[in-house]
Design a binder for this molecule. Structure first.
Ligand code: FDM
Ligand code: MG
Length: 215
C-alpha cells in the first residue's frame, strides 16, 4: 500500500574454507526462501563483474601480480563499491544470501603471514560495512575437505594456505556466529541453514537494526 514501509530483508552470510559446501548451501537457500515467499538474492564476493572485480579475478587466476596489502584493499573496496546497493536492497525487503565477505577477506590475507598484515590491520578497511544478521561458518576438517577432491587452479588453493585460512577463521570467531558441521549430507545441513536463515528473516521483519563491522 502507498506509504507503507517494507520490513527490511536479512543479510545472511556463509563463510568457510574452500570446499566446505558454502556455495551449494547458499544457492539452495535462495531457492528455498523464494519458494516460501521470502524475496531473496544470491550475492558473492569477490564480485568479479566490476572493474575492481576484474582486477581481483586477474590476480586470483595469476594473470597479474599485486602487493599483498594492495590486493587486500582491493577486495575491501569491492565490498565498499556495493555497499549502497546492498543497503538499498535490504531496506526494500530483499534478503541477501552472501557467499563470502569481509571475514574471508581477513582470513585469507592474515593467512599469508606477511609482516604487518595481521588481523587487526586486515579488519581496518572493513570497519563500517554492513554486518551480517547471521553468519554461518561451515566447518570441515582439512582431512574431510581433502576427500572432496583436488584443488582448482586459483591462487590460495593449496593445502598450506587452507590450513592457515582455517586458523585465521578460528582466531576471528565470535560468539554470535553459527558454526555448522559441514561434514554431513547436504540435505541435513540445508535444514539447519534454513532454520537459522528464517530466524534472521523474522528478526529483521520485526525491526532488528542493520549493524556495522566491526562495532
Ligand atoms: N578471497 C575472497 C580473499 O582473499 N579476500 C576476500 O575478501 C574474498 C571475498 O578469493 F580463495 C579469496 C577466497 C578465495 C578467492 O573466492 C575466491 P571463491 O569463492 O573461490 O570465488
Ligand atoms: Mg575458490
Amino acid at each position: 500500500a502507498a506509504g507503507k514501509v517494507a520490513a527490511r530483508g536479512a543479510f545472511v552470510l556463509f563463510e568457510g574454507a574452500d570446499r566446505c559446501g558454502k556455495s551449494t548451501q547458499a544457492m539452495r537457500l535462495v531457492h528455498t526462501l523464494e519458494a516460501r515467499g521470502v524475496e531473496a538474492e544470491l550475492w558473492r564476493y569477490p564480485d568479479r563483474a566490476t572493474a575492481m572485480g576484474k582486477m581481483i579475478d586477474q590476480y586470483l587466476r595469476s594473470k597479474s601480480e599485486m602487493e599483498d596489502g594492495a590486493i587486500h584493499l582491493l577486495f575491501a573496496a569491492n565490498r565498499w563499491e556495493k555497499k549502497a546497493l546492498m543497503e538499498r536492497k535490504l531496506a526494500s525487503g530483499v534478503t541477501l544470501v552472501c557467499d563470502r565477505y569481509s571475514y574471508s577477506g581477513c582470513a585469507f590475507t592474515a593467512a599469508k603471514g606477511v609482516d604487518g598484515l595481521d588481523l587487526e590491520w586486515c579488519r581496518a578497511p572493513e570497519v563500517g560495512l554492513p554486518r551480517p544478521d547471521a553468519l554461518m561458518y561451515l566447518e570441515l576438517s582439512l582431512e574431510d575437505a581433502a576427500k572432496r577432491g583436488g584443488f582448482g587452479e586459483e591462487r590460495y588453493e593449496t593445502t598450506e594456505m587452507q590450513r592457515a585460512v582455517k586458523a585465521s577463521f578460528e582466531a576471528m570467531r565470535e560468539d554470535w556466529w553459527d558454526v555448522i558441521d559441514a561434514n554431513r549430507e547436504p540435505d541435513v545441513i540445508q535444514d539447519e541453514v534454513l532454520r537459522i536463515a528464517l530466524s534472521a528473516v523474522e528478526k529483521c521483519r520485526a525491526g532488528r537494526e542493520l549493524k556495522r563491522l566491526w562495532q
